[in-house]
Design a protein around this ligand. Structure first.
Ligand SMILES: Nc1ncnc2c1ncn2[C@@H]1O[C@H](COP(=O)(O)OP(=O)(O)O)[C@@H](O)[C@H]1O
Ligand SMILES: [Mg+2]
Length: 354
């Protein structure tokens, strides 16, 4: 262990990054920095800039309004850390990144090569969790309900628009939702009510990913449920998302962060238990580790449909995961501590990459 002036464990919290979710990541990172138990852990804030370089940043930079504000002063006020040096400076990396390159197995792969433990799922679990199409195919194989989905690659769309429109109409129907396979924060997610709306929605997606999904619009209650653990994962208390009117507006983007959460979701105990079972089964089917948040819909008050998984869910102060943990008597510091301990456990048992 890297023991400096104290015998606390050194935790490098990486935040910011290259994805469309970098601002949320900054909020997650600084919340983890402020809530982590300082008697047990010695945290360092590490900012990933938009080129993917790492910088150790002082608290005054950590408190800036945006990642752009931080980037402006990195040269003058921060210390650049080459990746190879991470191992000498920290005992574990707390990944507070979300989205591309942080949540999808890329950074996890680099940390595996450095032989450095990190929080959350491994390379494959992260990559599967991020890919809405591949994960759905695996979940369906495991008997877990998922939305009817047609995947459309940018190349296929260019070469045969009519065939694709026909398969969306026949296999998915209207209204449908068009979205990128691997994004977050509702980036380029659109509800489409007429076939004429599809080309524009698809071209919006292709700015972010090479594969778009056209999926059935699921009518029901949106539910989200955290899961923690490794070999015997357990579900936290499921929450319900209460949408604002805008969320269901026609041919519109779903706004990130719109809607309120209620924990526990207002459904019977039987249904709560069913939701928890599906959440745990999803976690296991995708090989997720340590913690994740599974987003679902409850359709017709009985059918659970998994919409997507988040292998590095938001850790901002007011995030739903903390409400769910609180319902089980776990504080923010307590959840962060469990995540670190479970991550050490996962890395100590692995043979090869996690
Ligand atoms: N098929 C769908 N049916 C109904 N609502 C959807 C559907 N897909 C997405 N939404 C709404 O849009 C939001 C964002 O979509 P999601 O697939 O979770 O993308 P992201 O990964 O960007 O969060 C969801 O939380 C939900 O409110
Ligand atoms: Mg989502």
């Amino acid at each position: 262990m890297n023991k400096g002036s104290s015998d606390r464990m050194k935790v490098g919290i990486i935040m910011g990054g290259i994805s469309s979710e970098k601002e949320v990541s900054l909020e997650s990172g600084r919340n983890i920095y402020s809530k982590i138990d300082k008697k047990k852990y010695d945290p360092t804030s590490i900012f990933m800039d938009s080129d993917g370089s790492l910088w150790e940043i002082p608290v005054k930079l950590l408190m800036r309004n945006s990642t752009g504000d931080i980037e402006m002063d990195l040269e003058d006020e921060a210390k650049r850390i080459p990746y190879e040096e991470l191992k000498r400076r920290v005992d574990i990396v707390y990944i507070a990144l979300h989205g591309k390159y942080g949540e999808d197995g890329c950074l996890q792969g680099v940390l595996e090569l450095l032989n450095l433990p990190y929080t959350g799922s491994g390379v494959l679990g992260s990559a599967l969790g991020m890919d809405k199409y591949t994960s759905r195919r695996i979940l369906a194989m495991n008997g877990i309900g998922v939305p009817k989905t047609v995947a459309v690659s940018a190349g296929e769309w260019e070469n045969g628009r009519e065939t694709i429109l026909k398969s969306i109409e026949e296999e998915v129907g209207l209204p449908c939702v068009i979205k990128p396979t691997r994004e977050g924060c509702s980036t380029a997610v659109k509800k489409v009510v007429s076939m004429e709306g599809i080309p524009l929605a698809l071209s919006g997606v292709f700015e972010f990913d090479t594969v778009a999904l056209a999926e059935e619009f699921v009518e029901g209650t949106e539910i989200t449920c955290g899961v923690i653990g490794n070999d015997s994962p357990v579900a936290l208390t499921p929450s319900e998302t209460i949408p604002t009117d805008d969320m269901l507006s026609l041919e519109d983007k779903f706004l990130y962060g719109q809607g309120e959460n209620k924990t526990p979701a207002r459904v019977s105990d039987d249904i709560l238990e069913r939701i928890q079972k599906v959440a745990v089964k999803t976690f296991e089917a995708l090989g997720l580790k340590v913690y994740a948040r599974i987003d679902m819909f409850l359709r017709g008050n009985s059918e659970v449909v998994v919409l997507e998984t988040n292998s590095l869910p938001g850790m901002t102060p007011s995030t739903v995961l903390f409400h769910q943990a609180a319902a089980s008597g776990i504080t923010q510091a307590g959840l962060i501590d469990r995540i670190i301990q479970l991550s050490f456990e996962a890395h100590s048992k692995k043979r090869g990459p996690l």
